[in-house]
Design a binder for this molecule. Structure first.
Ligand code: DTR
Length: 348
């Protein structure tokens, strides 16, 4: 019996010793454990954060648990306006950028924010991804782009019924990027701010409504305060998920491969999530708050579209000044849009 106990004790000590020496092994000899931080600006339940959680989960699974992504929604690590610099300087390893919040900084990919009449987030997200892949524009030169996506076409949500362009005259509406000009074209008063500041601005009455994709009716509970929605089919907002370049360069090839393979798939996933979620959010808002939906007349829509041509002309001038072939980019946007509209027809 004594002998058995002695053998058991020996086995136990050997086990403890080996565990200790394992803990002292240098990091590269152990299964590579990598932890990355990912900053996002809007609240956790909004679509940029839903796609972030999905991406984080996929990365963890596809690297067999080697890579863990710590997510920071709701501006807890970086906010809408310091996201770009924060990732460049390494305050966060990864960040989600709304390109329209950085006027003049992304002259190539902001082409997807022009009034070209995208029919869905799915189509616009794939178009954006392909444009980036084709042109690899210098605007992202200090960053690794992990994925891209867009919101769905923007519509107006307001506290008062805005049934026509005449009703919009002088009404303060929140937007950003090209949406500010579109709001002006419709005769309303544009007020620029990131989405994360909009709940307070609506609450305080600084704005009487906003232009965005309609899922925010549910995700920010805007349906409670904005009972009237006007279908205007305004531009989508493009987003890029970017990584600090030094951090990217330090990743093992196997991890880089997993992240690269996820790029386009994630763009498509997010576009499809967004389009389906809008339908659900509108149904929820009708049910819970009895929202009313108006639609501008065809004549009004074509008036807006033709005035929107000025925005396209100004973008062309800006892109050309940045050394880009604006005509080629725009014709690629239109071609990709047509291709993906056939592949992914909009579900009403
Ligand atoms: N409307 C754009 C993009 C956008 C649409 N939904 C959300 C939710 C959270 C943040 C941004 C967005 C915008 O206002 O930025």
């Amino acid at each position: 019996m004594k002998r058995i106990l002695a053998v058991l004790a020996l086995v136990f000590f050997a086990f403890v010793l080996s565990a200790c020496s394992d803990a002292n092994k240098p990091a590269e000899q152990k299964a590579e454990a990598i932890t990355l931080s990912y900053a996002n600006f809007p609240p956790k339940i909004t679509f940029p954060c839903v796609q972030m959680e999905r991406w984080a989960k996929e990365v963890h699974a596809r690297t067999n648990g080697a890579v863990t992504i710590n997510t920071f929604p709701g501006s807890t690590l970086l906010g809408a306006k310091n996201m770009l610099r924060g990732v460049q300087e390494g305050q966060a390893d990864i960040g989600c950028l709304s390109l329209a919040y950085y006027p003049g900084v992304f002259p190539c990919t902001i082409a997807t924010n022009l009034p070209v009449g995208f029919s869905s987030a799915t189509v616009a997200s794939l178009t954006l991804w392909d444009i980036f892949q084709k042109y690899k524009p210098a605007e992202f030169k200090n960053l690794k782009v992990l994925t891209m996506f867009t919101s769905a076409p923007s519509n107006v949500m307001s506290k008062k019924p805005l049934k026509s362009l005449a009703d919009m005259r002088g009404v303060e509406l929140r937007g950003s990027g090209s949406l500010l000009r579109m709001i002006e074209i419709m005769g309303a008063q544009p007020v620029g701010m990131p989405m994360s500041q909009t709940p307070e601005a609506l609450q305080k009455g600084v704005v009487k409504g906003l232009a965005s994709s309609l899922e925010v009716l549910k995700d920010f509970n805007f349906a409670e305060i904005c009972r009237y929605e006007t279908i205007t089919n305004l531009p989508v907002y493009p987003f890029a998920v970017v990584m600090n370049l030094d951090k990217w360069n330090a990743l093992p090839d196997s991890t880089k491969k997993v992240l690269n393979e996820l790029g386009r798939e994630q763009a498509l996933w997010t576009g499809q999530y967004m389009d389906a979620h809008i339908r659900e959010a509108v149904a929820w808002s009708k049910e819970k708050y009895g929202i009313e939906i108006f639609r501008l007349t065809e004549a009004e829509q074509s008036e807006i579209r033709s005035k929107g041509q000025g925005i396209i002309a100004d973008w062309k001038a800006e892109a050309t000044k940045a050394g880009l072939d604006a005509n080629a980019i725009l014709s690629d946007v239109m071609e990709l849009k047509a291709k993906y509209e056939t592949e992914y027809p909009a579900t009403k």
